[in-house]
Design a protein around this ligand. Structure first.
Ligand code: GLC
Length: 461
């Protein structure tokens, strides 16, 4: 099946499969979600406390990069700027940055990029289109912390264009709240920062913009109080700039340019797993799911819904079995560390990856002739022609494989210890439980191998 070609270079991306997302910024201090400024409708004065007190004294990017490498990750994507507008590098276009924050006073981005590159990892930059700090950025009623200025109290968030109050009063409120703001100037700032990022840091492998939220009605697209899409970011111009500065960079799909040629390279499902290989307009695309360890992207002290190592490994396997990547997120603390819970997850994944990377790197969806057995995920390496059966639930004695396996499989082993798995069912059991004609039965040991998710490696004829 054909896959939509990319303009940027995706050849490494579809092999490396596993990356680290890092959400780090001022919101690590409140430690209750990176959207805290919007969720609690904080004004700049209130949020400034975090700028003043941001002091990442334990930050050592070598420790981060090593943790990612040990987990088997091959690339990373860092929030250069999140929605709160705070920049982790020494941008010449703003003072709202780590080099000016009084208790930080250093560029956090450059040494990070260096540390990851030193470990042969590719570099991705997340950059927020949204900016809740920039003075030219138009206040909208969708997610801006100051949205109450335009949606009068008592009106539900995001309901500016419906019910309650006269249209004229609302238009006046929007004009008042945004007096002196010019979204066009903000877009120029955005482009200027992207130019910095793409010219001052060497070759960038991934550019990850976040996100567009155009107005519900087409007629309202230019009313930036009701939403922001390609007009608010001047996305088409931005796209040209990116393709010209770094022709190989892989671009995500959040610039709101549907239908525009080469306007994106990969799709980005987040916080949910696709049911099959992601298709857009009926064509398979390069895709990467981004997922969290708990419910938040930024460091969250009190979150208790952390995923188990097994679930996380299962998610990676699930992505690859559908032809996609996994970008797994860590939110470092305000002092600059991955906390024990995050390290624990990464260590568990790394233990597994050490012995099972072969079923992930260079792998993709298995050819359709191999039917995936219940409670399993298949991946396939088209170069080595090996198939991998991931046992999400451990079967009772036998693993029955229907489809092309019976004709094609020559040898089977567990991947963790290269111990042989015998093929075929003995007569005694065949008489008792029956055997399908085109079924290949594998004889598994009674005890599940001592690994989080056992993998059977099948050598094809
Ligand atoms: C969302 C959120 C954001 C997070 C991103 C990661 O769009 O706005 O906080 O950075 O997802 O995909």
């Amino acid at each position: 099946m054909t896959i939509r070609p990319t303009t940027g270079d995706s050849s490494w991306f579809v092999k490396d499969r596993f990356g680290l997302f890092i959400h780090w910024g001022l919101y690590s201090l409140p430690a209750r979600h990176e959207w805290v400024k919007s969720a609690e409708k904080m004004d700049d004065t209130k949020y400034d406390l975090y700028f003043k007190n941001f002091e990442p004294d334990l930050y050592d990017p070598n420790v981060w990069a090593q943790a990612a490498a040990n987990a088997g990750m091959k690339y990373f994507v860092i929030t250069t700027k999140h929605h709160d507008g705070f920049c982790l590098w020494d941008s010449k276009l703003t003072d709202y940055k780590s080099t000016v924050a009084p208790n930080c006073r250093r560029d956090l981005l450059r040494p990070m990029i260096e540390a990851f590159r030193k470990r042969d990892m590719r570099v991705g930059l997340y950059h927020s289109l949204i900016d809740w700090h920039h003075p030219e950025y138009f206040i909208d009623n969708r997610n801006h912390p100051q949205r109450d200025k335009i949606a009068s109290p008592g009106e539900a968030d995001g309901m500016l264009d419906q019910g309650g109050g006269s249209a004229a009063r609302k238009a006046q409120a929007v004009a008042d709240a945004n007096a002196g703001r010019d979204q066009g100037k903000y877009a120029n700032y955005l482009h200027g920062q992207v130019r910095e990022l793409l010219t001052e840091l060497g070759l960038i492998d991934v550019l990850w913009f976040d996100f567009s939220f155009p107005a519900a009605q087409n007629a309202d697209r230019l009313n930036f109080a009701l939403g922001k899409g390609r007009e608010a970011w001047k996305s088409e111009e931005l796209l040209k700039l990116i393709r010209q500065l770094q022709p190989n960079v892989l671009l995500d799909n959040r610039l709101d340019l549907p239908g525009v040629e080469s306007s994106w390279d990969f799709a980005t499902p987040e916080q949910a797993q696709p049911r099959k290989w992601v298709e857009i307009n009926g064509t398979r695309v390069v895709w990467e799911a981004c997922q969290t360890l708990s419910g938040s992207w930024g460091y969250h002290r009190d979150e208790s819904s952390w995923r188990s190592t097994e679930e996380l490994i299962g998610t990676l396997v699930d992505c690859v079995s559908k032809g996609g990547n996994l970008l797994l997120n860590v939110g470092p603390t305000g002092r600059g560390e991955f906390d024990a819970r995050a390290l624990n997850c990464l260590n568990g994944i790394g233990e597994w990856m050490k012995r099972h990377g072969r079923s992930i790197y260079g792998c993709t969806e298995a050819p359709a002739e191999f039917t995936c057995p219940r409670d399993c995920r298949l991946t396939y390496n088209p170069e080595t022609k090996r198939l991998y059966v991931h046992l999400l639930a451990y079967p009772y004695k036998h693993l029955h494989l229907d489809g092309a396996f019976a004709e094609r499989v020559e040898y089977a082993q567990f991947l963790n210890d290269a111990s042989q798995i015998k093929l075929g069912m003995d007569n005694w059991h065949a008489n008792q439980i029956g055997s399908g004609e085109r079924t290949l039965t594998l004889n598994l040991p009674q005890r599940k191998p001592d690994v989080t998710i056992p993998v059977v490696e099948l050598y094809l004829k």
